[in-house]
Design a protein. Structure first.
Length: 206
């Protein structure tokens, strides 16, 4: 438990990465596959990622991200994509797995499929589902990265349409965040963590 709490409380949004240290592709894949155990409604996992590692592509991405230097200095940038059609596109694979594992009886599969698809038919509801679950995935990535000795920084500062054009992302998908990932620049020192609200300031128990 202590190690888990340590990973959560020591996670920081790093603005200065070591540009000379690269993360191997296999390690990035491992981090993302571990992080894909994050929860999602009906286990539909409405997320996709594009990992930008190439130096020239990072330069282009930095411009799209309003010239944030950390985009270029980080070993990679994970573009998180929320698929608003995941309810339709993923349901068969998910329910097939449930049937094989004994979660549902074969005769119940079609009724459950209809129930799931109904929940994704309203565009605004589908958007909320996709963004919510992709954000859970994103937070899990950042905590998992800490477990591997890496640092991260989630970003919302980018031109989404330009980013979609750059990466060839379909219009019905949205980009909730871009996560820079890499190693901290050893020559830089972190300032103390900024103020965090106490429970009494953001919550109540009834």
């Amino acid at each position: 438990m202590k190690e888990c709490l340590k990973l959560i409380t020591e996670r920081r949004s790093i603005t200065f990465f070591d540009p000379n240290r690269e993360i191997p592709d296999e390690l990035i894949k491992e981090i993302l596959e571990v992080s894909a155990t994050a929860p999602s409604g009906y286990n539909l996992q409405p997320w996709e990622v594009i990992v930008v590692k190439d130096k020239n592509k990072k330069k282009e991405l930095m411009e799209i991200c309003y010239n944030q230097k950390k985009v270029e200095e980080a070993s990679a940038n994970i573009v998180l994509i929320a698929n608003t059609r995941a309810g339709f596109e993923h349901v068969d694979k998910v329910l097939q797995s449930w049937e094989e594992l004994g979660y549902i009886r074969p005769e119940a599969k079609e009724a459950l499929k209809e129930q799931i698809i109904t929940g994704w038919q309203d565009p605004q509801r589908a958007l909320r589902k996709a963004i919510r679950d992709t954000a859970l995935f994103g937070m899990t990535i950042m905590i998992t990265a800490r477990a591997y000795g890496l640092e991260t920084h989630p970003m919302e500062g980018y031109d989404e349409q330009k980013l979609k054009n750059f990466l060839g992302i379909e219009d019905y998908k949205v980009i909730p965040m871009v996560i820079a990932i890499g190693y901290k620049n050893p020559s830089k020192e972190l300032l103390p963590r900024a103020y965090r609200f106490k429970f009494e300031e953001f919550g109540r128990i009834i």
